[in-house]
Design a protein. Structure first.
Length: 242
């Protein structure tokens, strides 16, 4: 059996690769390659690798060393190397523009509308789709979030939006998990937040998404959330803000 030299090189600055070796006794044309992960979890990396394997392929997972050993055809191992190089990247910082709309007409005085053109286009689509006379922009907020972190902020007078920005292997999509829109209410002598909406959504980068909230019993019309997600330019300090 040939001795295996442990030799690692840096691929795309994030995936450490061991040399490719032929796998003796494992069928013609099969090779073995070790991938050391820097940023992705083992589950995330495995989800990337499995669909790329041939029927002869297999994975050996070593959580203690954060490595995957892939045995497959040379072509399949090359595809795995490219996919992991693209996926095993630092968490992204994303920029969110979020507007809260209500069926009605006009604009609340003093509200600064972010991404006004996109908000107006989405509002016009809502008018035609739902046959409503108009819409009110209750508030528009801009925040930044880092994948893997929780994001939360106040919006409009009494509302709050919270979600977990989940990591995604698809860089064109932002995954908002456990998204909760809540509203502050007066209950006796206390002010409490009660959920108006609870869901999880995927938002395509650069493509506005309108989420129907439904009719809040304390609101005069149906509510809608408009999300626009973009990448934050390199060198920008991530921070929340209105």
């Amino acid at each position: 059996m040939l001795p295996v030299r442990r030799c690692f090189g840096l691929l795309a600055l994030v995936v450490l690769l061991a040399p490719v070796f032929e796998a003796p006794g494992q069928g013609p044309g099969l090779v073995v390659q070790v991938f050391n992960l820097k940023f992705r979890t083992m589950d995330e990396a495995t989800a990337v690798v499995r669909p790329l394997l041939s029927p002869e392929g297999s994975i050996l997972i070593l959580p203690s060393s954060r490595s995957l050993t892939v045995k497959d055809t040379f072509a399949s191992v090359q595809r795995v190397a490219q996919a992991l190089a693209a996926a095993d990247l630092p968490p992204r910082t994303l920029f969110f523009s979020v507007s809260l709309l209500q069926a009605g007409s006009g604009l609340i005085p003093g509200v600064v509308v972010r991404d006004a053109a996109e908000v107006m286009a989405a509002g016009e689509r809502l008018k035609k789709l739902l046959n409503i006379g108009g819409y009110v922009v209750l508030d528009s907020v801009q925040v930044q979030g880092v994948e893997g972190d929780a994001v939360g902020f106040a919006i409009a007078k009494d509302y709050r939006l919270d979600f977990h920005l989940e990591r995604s292997t698809d860089t064109a999509v932002a995954r908002l998990k456990d998204l909760v829109l809540s509203r502050r209410r007066e209950e006796g002598s206390k002010r409490v937040f009660r959920d108006v909406l609870r869901t999880s959504i995927n938002v395509s980068r650069g493509q506005p998404l309108v989420l129907g909230v439904g009719r809040d019993e304390t609101a005069t019309g149906a509510l809608f959330l408009l999300f626009i997600v973009r990448d934050v330019p390199a060198g920008t300090v991530a921070r929340g803000g209105r």
